[in-house]
Design a protein around this ligand. Structure first.
Ligand code: COA
Length: 367
């Protein structure tokens, strides 16, 4: 029997910080309103030369370093993202190329802010089935590119960043214990970004109508979120044969402190059992759970042997929860330095293009 252990973790956020006071100079809002209604104080915003893939690469290399794996050891890369760099190729493939994960299959997963839970579950199931031995699961976002900076009901909420986990097979019990995934497409219109897809391909009209921005019915999303967070947590715990009391930490999607507080009330747990960093990053969509997790581990809050539940919700509508036993890195036989492989990856990428050009001269030509 194979278990899927979380053996590496990393996060990356862009340096520039946008505070509530900065926002109050852009739209009619103020720090007190934003803090009281959302719990957010500031968020990080990507520079022009930063993308979902570049943030994802930084987070992934840190996760590989903790797991002591080379990029070439990875079998599968799943990048959950709500702000992919392109419709295709997948952001996961851009990351695969930039880190030089030469053996890995790679694809993007689109389940909005629940994406990281979905992706972690998919990767864990692949490991448990025996079809792969290791996976890199990434949540990477530059949602700031899709925010309407004139819409005060949405522009205050979102931030950019990435988080990554390495999952590895082990015969020792532990790691991912259970997961639940849910969806309700009838609520798809409550939170959407419609422009640029096949229904509304980009043209002057779609740009004029603001279809390339995030649109949200905040009140409805709020009600949905407060309903499902506690419910999904309980379902994941039931599936793992655990009670709420046996769990040390809940790592919720960081969208709004009031939603997290409602989940705490629903589970009859004190807020001290919830990892919260929404104040410093805002809602980073798929990256919010891994970023919160990485900070909690680095602060020494989450320790080896702890039972945890990660729980999220988002556009779709989607929601889900995953219960795990935190184990940490597998024993190190000899140390590897994944970052050193970046230059090799860059050279390899150039070489692959040259190879394809040469191959093209001899193969696949019309007679
Ligand atoms: N600054 C100041 N006032 C604002 C404001 C802002 N940034 N945004 C909205 N308001 C105003 C509204 O216009 C409204 O004014 P009115 O009463 O004169 O009409 C008032 O504040 C209350 O608005 P309301 O929308 O009822 O506030 P709220 O308490 O529901 O908070 C959200 C709004 C968006 C913060 C909240 O609904 C929310 O967080 N929803 C969930 C969103 C979410 O998590 N999305 C991501 C899912 S992954």
């Amino acid at each position: 029997m194979q278990y899927a252990h979380i053996t590496g973790w990393g996060m990356a956020v862009p340096e520039p910080v946008l505070t509530n006071d900065d926002l109050s100079k852009m739209v009619e809002t103020n720090d007190a309103w934003i803090r009281e209604r959302t719990g957010i104080r500031e968020r990080h915003i990507a520079r022009d030369n930063e993308f979902a893939s570049t943030l994802g690469v930084s987070a992934a290399l840190k996760a590989l370093e903790v797991a002591n794996l080379k990029p070439g050891d990875i079998d599968l890369i799943i990048c959950a993202t709500s702000s992919p760099e392109y419709i295709f190729p997948a952001t996961a493939c851009l990351i695969q190329d930039q880190i030089g994960a030469t053996r890995a299959g790679a694809f993007d997963l689109s389940a909005a802010c629940s994406g990281f839970i979905y992706a972690l579950n998919m990767a864990a199931q692949s490991i448990r089935s025996g079809s792969i031995k290791s996976a890199l699961v990434i949540g990477a976002e530059t949602l700031s590119r899709f925010v309407n900076w004139k819409d005060r009901s949405t522009c205050i909420l979102f931030g950019d960043g990435a988080g990554a986990f390495v999952l590895q097979a082990s015969e020792n019990p532990g790691g991912v214990l259970s997961a639940v995934m849910h969806s309700d497409g009838s609520g798809g219109d409550l939170l959407s970004l419609q422009g640029g897809g096949s229904h509304y391909p980009a043209n002057e009209e779609t740009v004029h109508e603001g279809k390339h921005y995030i649109h949200m019915n905040g009140g409805e999303v709020f009600r949905f979120a407060t309903r499902v967070m506690a419910q999904a947590t309980r379902e994941a715990l039931d599936a793992a044969g655990l009670t709420v009391e046996q769990v040390q930490w809940i790592i919720p999607h960081q969208a709004n402190i009031r939603i997290i507080e409602a989940a705490a009330r629903g589970l009859k747990l004190p807020m001290e059992r919830f990892v919260v960093n929404v104040d410093r990053y805002g809602n980073t969509s798929t990256a919010s759970i891994p970023i919160a997790m990485v900070e909690a581990v680095e602060k020494g809050q989450v320790k080896s042997g702890d039972k945890i539940v990660m729980v999220g919700f988002g556009a779709g509508l989607t929601w889900g929860a995953l219960a795990a036993e935190w184990t940490g890195p597998l024993p190190v036989v000899h140390r590897v330095y994944p970052r050193q492989y970046r230059t090799v990856a860059r050279l390899r990428s150039i070489w692959r293009r040259i190879e394809r050009f040469i191959e093209g001269l001899f193969w696949g030509r019309y007679e």
